[in-house]
Design a protein around this ligand. Structure first.
Ligand code: FEO
Length: 401
């Protein structure tokens, strides 16, 4: 049976939810599952916007079939060629052999790499700003390279002012009965997954996302239809403001994140004490994360959220404790900027982790380091405790600037 949702008079969500998945892209934990969104527009000509992951092909094809109600499918618009959205292109072609596929030059290069059916006879190649009339609706194609892959484009329905935004404005999480952000308590139940999705999937490409936001700012938008997560039809300013901050690497909050990597608990002890000392100085927004049991994707997301980040880590085999090393490596791959960093290191014979952590983060732009770097030798003593007090003073003072 079908499972579809009406968005506008002639626009339907025909996507699917996946609650069996545990790791999106085989790496990101998704405790709330995933949605793969696809949209079908019924006009004189019918148009399907992207397909879904192979995990739910049957449900998807039933949804499309139901909404078409016996009509032909005229166009498949391919905004993104990553397999979580393109996996069913060949199935759509097999079921609707007359369908034309709309994409850009790069779309079709990738399509011929992923698939071996006859793409050329059905392809419609579009460039930035090209339009396609479906009858009442006129679609405009806007190139959005590297949001998230090079071929990405978004499609704008100039009549109903709907933006089909590809991965942009997406989120981890399956949808439960409602598809609109205003129906599902987005600000409480979804924002953390939306931030973790953005920062990990496209966080590296802030410049490209900013370019897309600039293009979008010239459009009147009534709805945003992303490829994952809820559809936006109200309070678009809320999510646009989040995206503007994330894409420009601007902290959402003046607050402190302490991430620690601790082998036997002494570095953890230093992290907890530092958190308490910062709290004693009137700072309310403090988060402490154990790198050993916090997936790096959450650490990246929390780093994008807050302005001040303390890394506390044990020296391990003359290197960094591995969970922290992974987190820092991934962070350095995601271009985090405009932050204040501080470091606490531990080591029983040659503490080296502050230097090693600094070296990884040095390649990121526009960050500063708050001194002192605190060295713990095995366990806190009066001297290293005093260092934590001085660091807490410095962080609290910097937050007030
Ligand atoms: Fe949801 Fe970049 O694919």
């Amino acid at each position: 049976m079908y499972s579809v949702k009406k968005i506008n008079e002639d626009l339907y969500w025909v996507g699917v939810n996946d609650r069996k998945i545990s790791l999106f892209e085989n790496v990101y934990p998704v405790e709330r599952g995933m949605s793969y969104n696809s949209y079908l527009l019924l006009d004189e000509k019918t148009a399907l916007f992207d397909t879904v992951d192979s995990v739910a092909s049957l449900q998807f094809l039933e949804n499309v079939d139901c909404v078409l109600g016996g009509k032909d499918l005229d166009y498949l618009i391919v905004n993104h060629m990553e397999p979580d959205h393109c996996a069913n292109i060949e199935a759509i072609v097999a079921k609707y052999p007359q369908v034309k596929i709309v994409g850009n030059f790069k779309t079709f290069t990738m399509m011929s790499q992923f698939f071996h059916f006859d793409v050329d006879s059905r392809k419609v190649v579009v460039k930035d700003g090209d339009t396609l009339s479906l009858g009442k609706h006129i679609l405009t194609f806007v190139m959005a390279p590297m949001v998230h892959w090079p071929e990405v484009m978004v499609t704008y329905d100039t009549v109903d002012k709907v933006l089909f935004s590809a991965d942009a404005f997406g989120s981890f999480g399956a949808m439960s009965g409602n598809i609109f952000a205003d129906e599902c308590d987005f600000q409480n139940k979804w924002i953390d997954d939306a931030r973790r999705y953005y920062t990990n999937i496209v966080g590296k490409y802030g410049v490209q996302v900013t370019n897309l936001l600039k293009k979008a700012s010239s459009l009147e938008i009534s709805k945003i239809c992303p490829l994952h997560g809820p559809v936006w039809r109200e309070d678009l300013g809320y999510i646009l403001d989040k995206y503007t901050k994330w894409a420009s690497y601007t902290p959402e909050e003046k607050g402190v994140l302490i991430v620690y990597g601790s082998v036997h608990g002494h570095t953890e002890n230093a992290a907890e004490i530092l958190a308490g000392l910062i709290g004693d100085r009137g700072v309310k927004d403090i988060e402490v994360l154990n790198a050993s049991n916090t997936h790096y994707s959450k650490i990246i997301s929390e780093c994008f959220k807050r302005s001040h980040i303390v890394f506390a880590c044990a020296t391990y085999n003359m290197s960094l404790f591995p969970p922290m090393q992974t987190a820092l490596h991934e962070l350095s791959e995601h271009n985090l900027q405009n932050r204040s960093f501080a470091f606490v290191e531990n080591g029983t014979w040659t503490p080296a982790s502050a230097k090693l952590m600094s070296e990884i983060l040095e390649k990121l732009k526009n960050n500063k380091v708050i001194e002192p770097k605190v060295t713990v030798k095995s366990a806190l003593n009066e001297e290293s405790y005093a260092g934590l007090v001085t660091l807490a003073d410095a962080i609290a003072a910097d937050l007030k600037k």
